[in-house]
Design a protein around this ligand. Sequence first.
Ligand SMILES: [Fe+2]
Ligand SMILES: [Fe+2]
Length: 394
Amino acid sequence: MNSTLSQRQERSLLDDPRTCQTIALNHRRNKAQDHTGEIDAVAARFEYAACRDEWWNPESYSLLYGTALWDGATAAQRRLLNHLYWVAYYAQIISAEIATILLNQTSAAGLASLEDFRPICDTLDLETAQERGHIQAFKTIGEAVEAELFGERLFTYPMRSMYAETMLFAETDRIRSFWKGLQLRAFSLLSSGNAFIGCQYFTVRGLRTLNGKMVQHALAAPASRAADPAATPIPSQISRLHFIDESFHFTSSCIISRDVLRSLHPPTPFERWVANRALRGCQRDHFHFSVAIKGIFWHDPALFSTIYRLLRSPAFDMDDRDAREMLRRCFTEESAGLHEAHRIHREAVESYRAYVAPLDYVSPDNREMRLMAQSTLDGYLARTRAALARFSPA
Ligand SMILES: [Fe+2]
Ligand SMILES: [Fe+2]
């Protein structure tokens, strides 16, 4: 910032050399190890036939692990559930990363409305390009698997905008999703012209990445622990490479949402309100937990028809009665899988509280993650039981 000429701001990021150094270091390291080319090359070689007999994730990261379906499945079906966890999990990550691509850029524009923010914008440009590579790899594999196994989509979807929906299997209806689309449009516009709101987006992104890290650390383990990661199945390799990229993204979320915040003016009441609305939205998105995909906060009743189709497919070959009975046992009874999904949700609540603890502007409601903390096992069972009683396959 040129201090001889008049400026709109008295403080500058350059007054905080430590933060400037950490931003530069994180960017330099991410650029030096950038895996985009490797992810592209590995995904392009994917053939389901070459790795369909192998485990892609640790065994417990399988669709409906620890439920009646898992207990009664053959070895081949269990491997299939393992592959489908990968497909479903990263289908949700695609949706989150579509949003990241847009909001990285609008927030960078908001931050660039002040002097001296170029290094952060450069960091975000690199991360955005990486997300495009991630999306393409997840999509290539997910679609290839579903085409081969089912000839139709179960968890994947054609490319779409962030405004369509950020959670794949959410508790929503047309009015709610229209309203959410409006809120997202408002937030992206506000972040593009306001440094505080742009900066605060990284609190939400940090929380979402924190949740991602919990699962992705486990998904990356098979390739990370292998003597030769390149010899592991391609989806396992992608989990590892993605996890490394995301570690840098998490670091930049932490730096921007906490350290950079100190170089900005304290927020106005309106800015606080917007920031807390966004955190509240994150709590709402992460309210539910899913027995089907532990660590992803889907609303399981929204999954019934997809899981029903899976059970009726040649992979499980159930008739209508058996498929409905299996839905009942998996989604409306307590199981080891359900307890584990609930435990991970509680762990997320704790880690989110720790993440926002140093931020002054956060309301008590968001500080304690009160909404998310109301998500209980009994509530889950009451909701799935009521929804299953109304369920009829499309
Ligand atoms: Fe990513
Ligand atoms: Fe990311």
